[in-house]
Design a protein around this ligand. Structure first.
Ligand code: GLN
Length: 279
């Protein structure tokens, strides 16, 4: 059997992943998982040859990816902000889109008490807690496995200023006030064709789909958030690119002031925020 260099294996892997829009990166990540190395290794060792055992492992992972399984689930982790986040099929895979909320937070706020609703892997809560070591962060999720995973991710990233609890939105959130509440709730309509394509096919529906054209959970959050916000507090909610006007209407009906929708790096509406109303 012939031997292949890392460069050749990446090229071959990428050529096989015709359905993926990140074929080369996918092949690299799968190979690095087999090699137990970080990305720079590929650039410094591109002529190194793979052992037959490693090649076999790589082709098995490649086959799973060809079937459509997300890379993050195959290798068990992804990156979010400056954190390594373990993922499992019980939670959504953190996305670059959600980092646009982090970009906004670090540019505009200096929060002391933060609440993350529907934390999943813990990505938003942990990134915020790490950015603001003096802040105290509470993160909740209704799914028990998500709570366990978020706790694991806190340990893995050595984040200690976060408390992770099981709660259905605000139901069991400690009765105190937060100056920043963030959430990436489910917001996709059950009939959206997007649910039949790409990585989302493997992700839990409970983290993706909401009733009332995807807006039901955003409504629930907005309806209760004011009783958990300080008087200068802000609620930030991620949503779909075409939901901005609907989400602003929900914020407005719930009594928020200074409501604004902001865009992700691709220039699409991605999150809306609103402040505690002026008295
Ligand atoms: N942004 C994700 C997607 O469209 C969905 C995330 C969510 O529902 N919270 O794939």
């Amino acid at each position: 059997m012939s031997v292949f260099s890392l460069r050749e294996v990446v090229t071959y892997g990428a050529s096989q992943l015709t359905e993926s829009d990140s074929a080369k990166l996918d092949a690299e990540l799968l190979l690095l998982h087999v090699l137990k190395q970080t990305r720079t290794f590929l650039f410094t060792h591109s002529d190194t040859e793979l052992s037959q055992e490693q090649y076999l492992q790589f082709t098995q992972l490649l086959e799973r990816r060809k079937q459509g399984e997300p890379v993050a689930y195959i290798i068990g982790q992804t990156g979010f902000w400056d954190l390594t986040i373990k993922v499992s099929p019980a939670t959504l895979i953190p996305r670059g889109d959600t980092e646009s909320l982090m970009d906004y937070i670090v540019e505009h706020f200096n929060p002391k008490n933060v609440l993350d609703l529907g934390t999943g892997t813990g990505a938003l809560a942990l990134a915020t807690a790490k950015e603001y070591p003096q802040a105290s962060v509470v993160a909740v999720d209704v799914i028990e496995e998500a709570v366990a995973l978020a706790k694991e991710n806190a340990k893995l990233n050595k984040v200690t200023n976060v408390e992770i609890l099981q709660s259905d939105w605000f139901a069991l959130v400690p009765k105190r006030r937060f100056d920043l509440i963030v959430s990436n709730p489910p917001y996709i309509d059950a009939n959206d064709h997007h649910l039949g394509e790409g990585d989302v096919r493997y992700e839990p529906k409970s983290a993706l789909v909401a009733e009332r054209h995807g807006l039901a959970d955003i409504e629930k959050i907005c309806n209760q958030a004011l009783s958990f916000l300080t008087e200068d507090g802000c609620l930030m909610v991620e949503h779909g690119y075409d939901q901005g006007p609907h989400v602003r209407a929900i914020f407005s009906q719930s009594g928020f002031s200074n409501i604004e929708t902001h865009q992700d790096l691709a220039g699409r509406d991605r999150f809306t925020l609103g402040y505690y109303p002026f008295s």
